[in-house]
Design a protein around this ligand. Structure first.
Ligand SMILES: [Zn+2]
Length: 435
């Protein structure tokens, strides 16, 4: 949908124009006479490029009540106009925003009005479906549901309503089923003009953000739904064909939004789901779709089992690795001294330092790890070493000084980093001499 930005209604020429124009809901071609021509809201004698036209009568719906405008053409022997948008003028006449494709247009010209009826019928599908949706939501979720805004065009419908939490999958399915059931039931749509009190007594649901005069339009879909509405509707619910919810989301505190599609678009959406299912069964090499759920459950079980086994193997591997490393523990005057070189990421090396240290009784772990051209080192001391007055931070300082690195930390753990570890063995010898 293209939106034509309008800033016309402010000009005094347009403000002053109050000759009435009649709107007919039925979009069959009619002849109409031009009663006013404007360019950007300023009166003009003729339009040769772009401008705005008011007719004595029209079949073009002007955007309002959440329903988009009609588009189409206006034709006569000499002139062809494209109607790009229609909005309401200050005195409620339908103001046609036109582009001149051929000829020109002036007051008194007569045109045949050709509303894009395919687009109109798609809009009608979506508008009547919105009424069905509102009723279904009230039925399924409760009477607290009330409309907080809506928009329909030829592509989709959008409906905002009050409801405190996200709808469940089951509620969505129930709403979708109920709307489709009303479509399959082939309910006649009845439109009556009545006075406001009569309408209220008849139980019609008033729509949000619409101003009602003394006379109101009541749109009933069978006995299922009854609403005050000025929009365009199908004559029988079966014309909607199919209804499919596309999304349900929050658009503010206590307000939810449903977007849905109808007719061919709903069919396409369902086909797309089917294709996704087909792709998944191709990937998983499932020939019989009826076995799909069973097979996928089986795959998930199998994967969980494999993960469990992998974790067990990793645990075993870690304990083997740790035992291997412990073979390298040196006893320096009663201090267990463990120096480890690894090529793992920083987080893993740090974790390993803690794990190895925690398995010592009274000692020190120095871990050096090279990872993506960066060298990191970690020092861990057992609590008893800290009690004896040793500090991991001091040991890091010794390493820093020898190999030209930076770092520090707490008494029981410290870490540092440098660009080259060439002199690490010298540093280790100096540290050993501390005990
Ligand atoms: Zn409506």
């Amino acid at each position: 949908m293209h939106v034509v930005m309008l800033n016309l209604c402010v000009h005094k020429n347009l403000m002053a124009f109050d000759t009435p124009s009649v709107f007919h809901y039925q979009p069959t071609p009619i002849k109409a006479k031009v009663i006013a021509t404007f360019e950007d809201g300023v009166k003009c004698d003729e339009i040769t490029n772009k401008g705005e036209v008011i007719l004595n009568q029209t079949t073009f719906y002007a955007e309002m009540g959440g329903q988009c405008a009609d588009t189409g053409k206006m034709l006569n022997e000499f002139t062809e106009l494209e109607v790009m948008h229609v909005c309401k003028a200050p005195h409620q006449q339908h103001l046609h925003i036109v582009k001149v494709m051929k000829g020109q247009v002036k007051i008194g010209d007569e045109f045949t009005l050709m509303v894009d009826t395919h687009k109109r019928s798609l809009i009608q599908n979506n508008h009547t479906a919105t009424h069905l949706l509102q009723k279904a939501l009230k039925n399924i979720l409760g009477d607290h549901v009330s409309q907080a805004g809506s928009y329909v065009d030829d592509e989709r419908l959008r409906f905002d309503f009050t409801h405190p939490q996200k709808m469940t999958e089951q509620q969505m399915r129930q709403v979708e089923d109920q709307v489709n059931q009303q479509i399959f039931n082939g309910l006649n749509v009845d439109i009556q003009i009545m006075n406001k009190d009569e309408a209220m007594q008849s139980g019609a649901m008033a729509l949000f953000d619409e101003k009602y005069g003394d006379e109101v339009r009541v749109v009933s879909v069978g006995d299922y739904s009854k609403e005050l509405c000025g929009g365009c509707h199908v004559s029988n619910s079966a014309q909607i064909g199919l209804f499919k919810i596309e999304s349900e989301e929050s658009v503010g505190s206590g307000v939810r939004r449903i977007e849905a599609v109808t007719a061919q678009k709903a069919y396409v959406a369902l086909k797309k789901n089917e294709e996704t299912l087909q792709t998944v069964s191709d990937i998983l090499k499932i020939k019989n779709k009826n076995e799909m759920i069973e097979k996928v459950n089986h795959f998930v079980d199998e994967m969980n089992e494999i993960k469990k086994q992998r974790d067990q193997y990793l645990d075993k591997l870690n304990s083997i690795e740790a035992k291997e490393k412990f073979k390298n523990i040196e006893d320096i005057h009663g201090v267990q001294f463990l120096f480890v070189k690894e090529n793992k990421d920083i987080a893993t090396s740090k974790q390993k330092t803690f794990e190895l240290r925690d398995q010592l009784d009274h000692g020190i772990v120095i871990m050096i790890s090279e990872n993506s051209q960066k060298i990191s080192y970690f020092v861990g001391l057992t609590p008893s070493m800290v009690q004896s007055g040793y500090k991991a931070g001091d040991i890091i300082k010794t390493i820093n000084t020898v190999i030209g690195g930076r770092g520090g930390g707490k008494p029981d753990f410290a870490q540092g980093g440098c660009a080259s570890a060439e002199l690490i063995d010298t540093a280790i010898e100096q540290i050993k001499a501390l005990f």
